[in-house]
Design a protein around this ligand. Structure first.
Ligand SMILES: *Cc1c(COP(=O)(O)O)cnc(C)c1O
Length: 400
């Protein structure tokens, strides 16, 4: 069978590959602790589920507007106004089948062969491949733990060529848990405006933040910047609604109209029932308290993890300010021998940890950072403690 070039150009999602391997060990009866989860371990809140049940009973089970119902667009507009100080009209919003779909659509309508899109690493696994699917070229800019995994204005300026079309920002970040402060965004904004770039700002973790960190949308810095920004967000992470598949973006009306055209010839509208549930997620009175409950739990787990990392020789970890991921650096183990084999890079370390400690992490190379592993804390405190005990003793055996 001959396949299209475009599908040969991309990689299968590596985060899914590792969970498949862990799953197969589990099926053999081996007790594996999974730190690979890319979704909250909480149930969708009751009020949201109830809204979906009511939508079914009210027969809201037909096609909707291709770009989303007016009710949901209005709830999204209200959310941007309330949470981010951003004013949009209905013709600036498009609802899609998850934020991943929002980004995919955007890439399809914006870029062509030869276009360059700047993506800071560590990056969310799917950005580069979605850029490649649009025949454009991802330009990866490396950041590291010493800068809190954040790209500087200087680095951004250096990466820009005459072909650069856009830069992707993800704050708070999957996989590092790092997030940009207002000052840092302002410095980047200067370069962005000077070079007339588009910013794709993926803010899907905006409400999962710890301590007193304040999430700022880069679009809110000025009217000029708002014109140059596409904000992507969705229901999956903050409302524990990954399976419902609702994401959305806000952009200028021309971009939104192009995406609506594409969606009209591909997926049509996202599920009517999930849209009704998302209105409740965004506008329901219970929602802030529901989010708060999750954030309190995530913070306890983060704190426990940070304590544990501090005690393990050869491992260091940037303290996440948001999301539910930690991104420890295991490069202190590179060069060590395991079963007569030298450990080199994140795939080796992940394999070692899966086989010896029976814990599943996601190798950092999937995110463009080969020194690290992504350890998700969207799992119970009990599993976190047990998993860290196992990692600690596996590493000790390695030192011996
Ligand atoms: C999970 C995730 C998404 C996509 O989520 P959807 O379920 O498709 O809405 C987008 N960006 C980042 C950074 C994510 O972690």
């Amino acid at each position: 069978m001959k396949f299209a070039q475009r599908i040969q150009n991309i990689q299968p999602s590596m985060t899914l590959a590792i969970s498949a391997k862990a799953q197969s060990l589990k099926e053999q009866g081996i007790d594996v602790i999974g730190f690979g989860a890319g979704e909250p371990d909480f149930a969708t809140p009751e009020n949201i589920k109830q809204a979906a049940i009511e939508a079914i009973q009210n027969n809201e089970t037909h096609y909707t507007n291709v770009s989303g119902t007016n009710a949901l667009k209005d709830a999204i507009i209200e959310k941007f106004d309330r949470d981010n100080g951003l004013a949009y009209e209905r013709n600036q919003i498009v609802v899609s089948c998850g934020a991943k779909h929002s980004f995919y659509n955007l890439a399809q309508v914006l870029w062509d062969t030869g276009d360059e899109v700047i993506i800071p690493a560590p990056y969310w696994v799917s950005y580069p491949d979605m850029v490649i699917l649009a025949n454009a070229s991802p330009v990866i800019v490396d950041t590291d733990q010493s800068s809190g995994f954040k790209i500087t204005a200087e680095q951004l300026q250096k990466a820009i060529t005459t072909k650069t079309r856009a830069v992707v920002l993800n704050s708070p970040s999957n996989p590092t848990g790092s997030a940009y402060t207002k000052n840092e965004l302002e410095a980047l904004a200067e370069v962005i405006l000077k070079n007339k770039l588009l910013v794709i700002s993926d803010e899907i973790y905006e409400k999962i933040i710890f301590d007193d960190f304040e999430h700022v949308s880069i679009a809110s810095l000025s009217e000029e910047l708002k014109q140059s920004t596409v904000v992507i967000n969705g229901a999956s992470k903050c409302f524990a609604m990954t399976g419902w598949r609702i994401g959305y973006l806000a952009a200028n009306a021309d971009i939104v109209s192009a995406i609506s055209k594409l969606q009209g010839q591909s997926t049509s509208n996202p599920t009517s029932i999930a849209q009704a549930a998302s209105v409740e997620a965004l506008s329901g009175k219970q929602s802030p308290a529901e989010i708060q409950k999750m954030v309190v739990e995530f913070k306890k787990r983060r704190d426990t993890l940070m304590d544990r990392y501090a005690k393990i020789e050869g491992v260091s970890c940037y303290q996440p300010v948001g999301s539910f991921y930690s991104f420890p650096d295991f490069s202190g183990l590179h060069g060590k021998l395991w079963n007569g084999r030298t450990l080199n890079g994140s795939l080796d370390i992940a394999e070692f940890l899966l086989e010896e400690a029976k814990v599943a992490l996601v190798p950092g190379i999937a995110f463009g950072a080969d020194n690290n592993q992504r350890l998700s804390f969207a799992t119970s405190m009990e599993k976190i403690k047990e998993g860290m005990d196992r990692i600690e003793s596996a590493l000790k055996s390695l030192h011996a």
